[in-house]
Design a protein around this ligand. Structure first.
Ligand SMILES: C[S@@+](CC[C@H](N)C(=O)[O-])C[C@H]1O[C@@H](n2cnc3c(N)ncnc32)[C@H](O)[C@@H]1O
Length: 276
């Protein structure tokens, strides 16, 4: 029996949605001091300013929406996981957050001056549909900007985790089939996707940071508890393999310890473009 593309997309969407319902609170606990580091360049790429109407797609705990509101924008956040929306509402009670899908935005055409998505696109079953939706809800001249993780060769945290699983565990765990996680880390691919969605003047930049970890197990625990795809991969390992992976990740992390601080190189690719 062959599975249609629609069945495959639905299965991946449901896997991600159920996963984010489960990890939303832990994501906030583990990733806050990482993903927030990329918000200013993301908002700059979208040219977010006071008085503009801004949509934060895949808003998670609401960090980007809050930063846009700080700039004086009139912002709404949307996320398909009720648990994520609940965290965001608790964190930022003055900001409007609602449940909904990036691939089917519940807004009329031409409503927003900017649409931003911080580390959302890489989780979507249909990223092209989400970019077309962003274009639809933007007014003429409005800007879209999204961030994704850089290739693991640059974002060392991913390399440590993925190498440890490859070496000590099983990478071939059957998970619902979705778009490649690092697809939009390639500037040519994100430029092509933006142009295909109807945007003009695409531009791509890479932002590199040092992520300070509180202890040697923090990277392993972040991915085990706060991530959906990599978390599922880790949780499906045998107890022995998981223990070996933990040790390998710890060793990898400690290679970046200096004077009592662990500072891991991480990087994101931020792509942006304009609606004609
Ligand atoms: C990695 S988190 C990013 C959260 C936040 N933007 C940040 O800056 O940390 C990804 C978020 O995307 C949401 N998400 C994933 N797929 C989605 C979809 N199809 N529609 C709406 N939200 C989605 C998840 O629920 C999760 O909250």
């Amino acid at each position: 029996m062959t599975t249609s593309n629609e069945d495959r997309d639905n299965a991946f969407h449901e896997f991600e949605r159920a996963g984010w319902e489960r990890v939303a609170a832990d994501y906030h606990r583990f990733f806050a001091n990482l993903t927030t580091r990329f918000i200013d360049p993301l908002l700059d790429a979208a040219n977010v300013k006071a008085g503009q109407r801004v949509l934060d797609v895949a808003s998670g705990p609401g960090y980007v929406a809050a930063a846009a509101a700080q700039r004086g924008a009139d912002v709404v956040g949307i996320d398909f996981a009720e648990a994520a929306v609940a965290v965001a509402r608790r964190q930022y009670p003055g900001i409007l957050f609602q449940t909904g899908s990036a691939e089917e935005l519940p807004f009329p055409d031409s409503q927003f001056a900017a649409v931003v998505m911080n580390f959302g696109l890489l989780h979507l079953a249909q990223p092209e549909v989400a970019l077309a939706e962003a274009c639809r809800v933007l007014s003429a001249g409005g800007r879209v900007a999204f961030s994704v993780w850089s290739d693991p060769q640059v974002g060392v945290g991913f390399k440590i985790i993925l190498d440890a699983i490859a070496e000590h565990g099983n990478m071939a765990i059957p998970l619902p089939d979705g778009p490649a996680f690092f697809r939009f880390s390639d500037p040519a691919e994100s430029t092509r996707a933006l142009t295909d969605a109807g945007f003009i003047a695409p531009s791509v930049e890479e932002i590199r940071i040092a992520w300070e970890l509180p202890h040697e197990d923090a990277l392993f625990e972040t991915f085990l508890h706060g991530a959906v795809r990599t978390g599922a991969l880790l949780q499906a390992q045998t107890p022995q393999a998981l223990a070996d992976i933990r040790w390998a990740v710890r060793d990898g992390v400690m290679a970046f310890a200096e004077a009592g601080r662990i500072r891991l190189p991480m990087a994101a690719v931020i792509s942006s473009a304009r609606k004609r």
